[in-house]
Design a binder for this molecule. Structure first.
Ligand code: BT5
Length: 231
């Protein structure tokens, strides 16, 4: 098990930025982020003091870029398995509950390390996103301890990461992810960039052994999948 060392701030710009100063095993958390980041230019919104925002630094030990590309899915699986709710994984980096987003992962490689940024709505979600986000509190009907959830996720992340480092994105990890795959079997429209005017459309056949999304026989390596009727 990784012996994590927690560095907490009341307010941060982005814990993924704080983590740039960290070494393997360091975890940066904050009660609030003034400029939380998602993929591309997306923002991660937080509600002060209510949610989990953390960035864990782990060593890559010469993992290839192709292997590192599968890490957001593995981190998502670690989060899903740590929670007491029956969540799904929405390729490439989200944890959903029913048709709403509960958590997001942003992995950023920095030399020999990778920063695994996790944002999870524990006791609140941004009001502006109420149609498409949810929180553990809303699902479970009572407030949850951010610290307990942080520790459960870190324990799970430690074992998932170590399994992934040793054995790669193997059958065992893929089976855990496949079981929670939100998109598989659904008709999806995938934009590879935010302004993609020709999204790939078709039935999603799941996630391939290299972490790409399979849609109508094509492999998609990055993007965002939409399902009709779901925001
Ligand atoms: C993500 O990006 O989902 C990755 C989010 C990672 C956030 C963590 S918090 C700790 C660490 N420090 C950082 O600065 N970042 C990491 P993406 O797939 O691009 O999704 C972003 C989209 O999710 C936004 O454009 C919104 O639509 C939506 N969103 C933003 N905040 C949300 C929230 N709190 N709950 C649900 N959806 C949200």
């Amino acid at each position: 098990m990784i012996k994590w060392k927690i560095h907490h701030k009341k307010e941060s710009v982005s814990t993924n930025l704080d983590a740039l100063a960290g070494k393997s095993g360091d975890v940066f958390t904050a009660d609030y982020q003034s400029a939380g980041r998602g993929r591309l230019d997306h923002k991660w919104e937080s509600v002060k003091g209510e949610n989990l925002m953390m960035s864990a630094v782990v060593a890559l030990e010469e993992a290839s870029p192709e292997k590192v590309a599968t890490l957001p899915l593995v981190a998502g699986a670690a989060i899903a398995e740590a929670l007491k709710v029956d969540s799904s994984l929405k390729w490439p980096n989200d944890v959903w509950y029913k048709n709403k987003k509960l958590a997001g992962v942003l992995c950023e490689r920095r030399g020999d390390n990778v920063i695994i940024g996790i944002g999870l709505n524990v006791n609140a979600y941004p009001i502006a996103l109420k149609d498409r986000s949810t929180s553990l509190e809303e699902i479970l009907g009572e407030r949850q301890s951010v610290i307990e959830i942080r520790d459960a996720i870190l324990a799970s992340l430690s074992s998932f990461y170590q399994a992934w480092l040793i054995r790669g994105f193997d059958e065992h990890l893929r089976a855990i992810i496949a079981k929670r795959d939100y998109l598989r079997g659904k008709t999806v429209s995938v934009r590879q960039t935010d302004d993609d005017s020709e999204p790939i459309e078709g039935v999603c056949e799941g996630i391939a052994e290299d972490g790409s999304l399979l849609v109508g026989g094509k492999r998609i390596y990055a993007g965002e999948a939409h399902i009709e009727g779901v925001r």
